[in-house]
Design a protein around this ligand. Structure first.
Ligand code: NAP
Length: 411
């Protein structure tokens, strides 16, 4: 274990380890958590009670999580002078699985975004968002129950790589001049310039993770979402590398849509298909049930995640995970909602369901299912926080802490 300079790890509990690339989870894993800024502490306090209750209910006293608070954001700045202390990164690296509430993006201090910094420092290249409907939630479409998808979004490349220069800067001028002189491409001189890198390595590791997850979880299809008709060598390449990888590494377990059209048998195979992003956004609305797992480059995946969550009325409830080959970091997908901080009113379901994802990832399926079923039951009984209550008829509006109580008694 690393030597920490400010953090004090718990005296009991054992670290999660890996053996032959497989996760080994003890019965008393130490799990670092960041409670988050703004409403983060409100939702963390509620969520941790739900997590502990689910584990207790599922395993009696045989298993328990040993929580280890690590610092990031405003609390870290206040206590240590640092927005993201090195200890926090080391702790997550050492214990492999962590969970966090939302963090404020500091306006000053030279850090672009704590979330981006964490992803980069920890090699978290996939942002994973399951989206499904919870009966009773206020959805804007007639058949929200047809949505049950998981989006794997590449999260290190594409136009989010941070290679961007403002109009009129020497860097932008230099690039414009280079494009004209060396590559014969004219760009208006008053342009801002961004660069969109999409690599074979970055694409394939993301698509490999999506395919493996789809196979492990007996899903029906993986759709590659791209705009390759226009951006041939970035998004088009993402699609091509996807098919190449599927055939090279999963040949006996997958079939492509073209192969099915040519008469190949599809039974018991994972179907690999691709859609152009604009068509995808139509089809997720009009043919929702035909889609299952998505693999997408960063920008498409970002839009698609929120569009899918909005379609089932669950933007404030959608859970998320940032995954790499070594580390998994689960997180609420909404922001810090600072105006509600300390008021005990905010909806904790996004963080609670991220915890359920964490338990699935750890192989603690029973605890995960208890949480998911309890969210189903609680929302169906119209016991909800203000955000859902204001859109539902006959709902009982609960505080954050009372929503956790309701969930625990509904387990
Ligand atoms: P936000 O915090 O998500 O809040 C926007 C609005 O969404 C809230 O005012 C509230 O709507 C609703 N909302 C969000 N979470 C909710 C919840 N759990 N329950 C009920 N309603 C919820 O977005 P923001 O105001 O744009 O961002 C605030 C800060 O969060 C910024 O510093 C941003 O950088 C940061 N942020 C962090 C993360 C992260 O750490 N992953 C993600 C996004 C943003 P009503 O006002 O209608 O009630």
């Amino acid at each position: 274990m690393p030597r920490f300079s400010i953090l004090k790890p718990p005296a009991d509990g054992s670290p999660v380890t890996r053996k032959n690339k497989r996760l080994v989870v003890p019965d008393d894993p130490i799990v670092p958590f960041i409670e988050g800024d703004g409403t983060g502490p409100d939702i963390w306090r509620a969520s941790v009670r739900v997590f502990d209750a689910a584990v207790k209910k599922a395993y009696g006293g045989k298993r328990r999580i040993v929580w280890f608070e690590v610092l990031a954001g405003e609390k870290a700045k206040e206590l240590t002078g640092d927005w993201l202390p090195a200890d926090t990164i080391e702790a997550v690296k050492a214990y492999r699985i962590a969970i966090k509430g939302p963090l404020t993006t500091p306006v000053a201090g030279g850090i672009r975004s704590l979330n981006v910094t964490l992803r980069q420092a920890l090699g978290l290249y996939a942002s994973v968002r399951p989206v499904r409907y919870f009966e009773g939630s206020p959805a804007p479409v007639t058949h929200p129950e047809r949505m049950n998808v998981v989006i794997f979004r590449e999260s290190t490349e594409d136009v989010y790589a941070g290679i961007e220069f403002a109009r009129g800067t020497p860097q932008a001028e230099k690039l414009i001049e280079f494009l004209a002189r060396d590559l014969g491409k004219r760009v208006p001189p008053d342009s801002g310039i961004g660069v969109k890198p999409i690599s074979e390595t970055g694409s394939k590791r993301l698509i490999r993770m999506a395919l493996q997850w789809a196979l492990d979880n007996h899903r029906r299809s993986v759709t590659l979402v791209h705009k390759g008709n226009i951006m041939k060598f970035t998004e088009g390449a993402f699609r091509d590398w996807g098919y190449e990888l599927a055939k090279a590494e999963f040949r006996d377990r997958i079939v492509t849509e073209d192969e099915v059209a040519a008469g190949a048998p599809a039974e018991d195979k994972l179907l690999i298909k691709d859609r152009i992003a604009d068509s995808m956004f139509q089809q997720i609305l009009t043919r929702t049930a035909e889609y299952d797992v998505f693999a997408a480059p960063n920008l498409n995946g970002d839009y698609l995640s929120d569009a899918c969550a909005a379609q089932v009325g669950g933007l404030g409830m959608a859970p998320g995970a940032n995954l790499g080959d070594e580390i998994a970091f689960f997180e609420a997908t909404h922001g810090t909602a600072p105006k509600y901080a300390g008021k005990d009113v905010i909806n904790p379901a996004s963080l609670i369901l991220s915890g359920a994802m964490m338990f699935q990832y750890m192989g603690w399926r029973e605890a995960a299912e208890l949480i998911e079923h309890s969210v189903e039951k609680t929302v169906k009984a119209k016991q909800v926080t203000y955000d859902l209550a204001r859109q539902m008829r006959g709902a009982t509006e609960l505080r954050t802490s009372a929503f956790a109580d309701a969930m625990i008694s509904n387990m």
